[in-house]
Design a protein around this ligand. Sequence first.
Ligand code: SAM
Length: 296
Amino acid sequence: MFSYRHGFHAGNHADVLKHMVLIAVLKHLTAKPTAVTIVDTHAGAGLYRLDSDFAGTSGEAQDGIVKLLASPLAAEPPPLLADYLELLAGFNPSGRTKIYPGSPFVTHALMRQEARDRLWLFELHPTDSKALAGHVDQLERKRQVSIRREDGFEGLRALLPPPSRRGLVLIDPSYEIKSDYAKVAHCIQESLKKFATGTYMVWYPVIPRPEAHELPRRLKTLANQAGKPWLHATLNIGQAPHEPGEAAGRPGLTASGVFLVNPPHTLKAALQAALPPIAEVLGRGRGQGQAVEAGG
Ligand code: SAM
């Protein structure tokens, strides 16, 4: 455990999907004046430099946000993408995208002081939780943010239902240990019993592993059993064809998905407009594509 560091992956295609959807959900929740509580069970370090040693090692942002920004789509983005690019621009006033906000900072950017929105962040990695605390300490509205170096699945239990009765739970594990898949499903099942009207958003990797394949199916079943609407979206950038002489293997993560319970009713249509052109821009070849389905 603990070999995963999000800094290597910041701004990749998975972050594009996750953070774009996160922004859409938060905009929907904050459209009403009542307070919103957000729990981020796996927060990461919060802020990343795209020109750091970390990000440079794998260059994953090159196949994600960097590629999107350089494409004609950035000049005429569909609304969901426009909101994401606008938020990103706010972190990079020079016009060059050097800083990439992770979920805690994406969320914080959309929180309202006057409505008393509240953010809970859980991060277990000693280095990342220290970095997160340092980044949050720079914020003006840090009193609305609490950081815990604890297990996010455990910590969430004590926070549900939130006093605000309006809330979002983001569950974004690194899935380094395969028990994370079962923990996510169990967490959704238990949380829905305590806070049935909350919005839940789970990110997961689309990889050839039975647990990963099963997870969206299990989540669908749980949402259906609870009588709650759900939405499932995937983005796949496909495999790049090998250059002559290039070593085979090491394709990295090519696809990921987000599964939401109690999603905003406008999200399906918004994703159906945004994801096809994004998949087209980020697509590298075999397997590329996207899908959006909803039910309940
Ligand atoms: N949500 C972040 C974002 O979008 O910017 C990225 C999070 S990263 C995919 C997953 C993080 O969860 C890692 O930083 C890892 O150290 C942390 N982690 C792993 N197991 C955890 C647990 N049980 N509770 C809290 N954090 C955990």
